[in-house]
Ligand binder design. Structure first.
Ligand SMILES: [Fe+2]
Ligand SMILES: [Fe+2]
Length: 279
């Protein structure tokens, strides 16, 4: 993909805002080559390489949190260096997407930890700045270690994934059991799991579910993995469902002014999170 955000735009095409007509294709950004080719190629790589072993290897590396340590606000600015110059009409930088998501949550009167969650939910995309390819950072997430649902976008590309041909992993349950609970399930690697691991001791549980599963569209939109969720997961997914529209549909015509909002978000960070974040 030209830009890491092309994936988000593609999700929006798949799941348009209810009650609003789906955007015509030409309302979305266009490149010299059609954006869909880039997204298709992105998923070809994602589905081929997101194996059970990939997840364990990425966890072994990134959950050491030995790459960088900095104040949270600085980390948000660090994330914001993730801008693709080749994109002729970058609509939003990372910080704008996060502020717009958070401000929409705040405007609806939700608790402050929910607002904070909106503000930081994509910080895990700093993985790109550590050299990770896009397919290991963004895109729909899904369980590994069991059969890939055919409701995941571009399911045909899973035939190139070695796990599809490994009898430990290619059955409905694979290495898991009936209603074993998502905490026992390995998800494909990406910015969701990474930020969950960073924040898991600091935020209320609904916030952690939103962070950890916000790209798990085959569950929160398609309910394809009900057999792995336990009752508690179902309860918590109500929060994931509540969060998702803010992530997808909060693009505002008027861009929030970072300098004006910074004090409010600095206070929120100070209330819930340690002074620095280890990445
Ligand atoms: Fe995200
Ligand atoms: Fe997002």
């Amino acid at each position: 993909m030209h830009n890491i955000d092309d994936w988000d735009e593609d999700v929006l095409k798949r799941y348009p805002e209810p009650g609003k007509p789906a955007k015509a294709k030409d309302e979305f950004r266009n490149y010299d080559s059609p954006g869909t080719d880039g997204v298709r190629e992105f998923y070809r790589l994602n589905h081929k390489y997101q194996t059970y072993d990939n997840v364990l290897a990425k966890k072994a590396n990134f959950l050491k949190f030995d790459k960088k340590e900095m104040p949270w606000w600085s980390a948000m600015e660090f994330l914001n260096t993730l801008i693709d110059d080749s994109d002729p009409d970058t609509s939003l930088d990372q910080l704008q997407h996060l502020l717009q998501t958070a401000e929409a949550i705040r405007a609806d009167g939700h608790p402050d930890w929910f607002v904070l969650t909106g503000f930081i939910h994509d910080l895990g995309k700093v993985l790109c700045l550590f050299g990770e390819p896009q397919w290991n950072v963004v895109g729909d997430t899904f369980p590994v270690g069991c059969k890939f649902s055919d409701k995941i976008v571009y399911p045909e590309f899973f035939s190139d994934n070695p796990d599809s041909h490994d009898e430990r992993f290619n059955t409905k349950y694979g290495i898991y059991s009936h209603h074993c609970g998502l905490d026992n399930v390995q998800m494909s690697w990406g910015h969701d799991e990474y930020l969950y691991q960073i924040t898991k001791d600091h935020l209320p549980e609904p916030a952690l579910y939103m962070i950890r599963y916000h790209s798990f569209y085959s569950q929160h939109r398609e309910h394809e993995y009900d057999h792995l969720l336990n009752a508690h997961d179902h309860e918590m997914f109500k929060w994931v469902d509540k969060f998702n529209p803010y992530d997808l549909y909060s693009k505002s015509p008027v861009e929030p002014v970072v300098a004006e909002l910074k004090p409010y978000y600095e206070d929120l960070i100070a209330k819930y999170l340690p002074a620095t974040v280890k990445l």
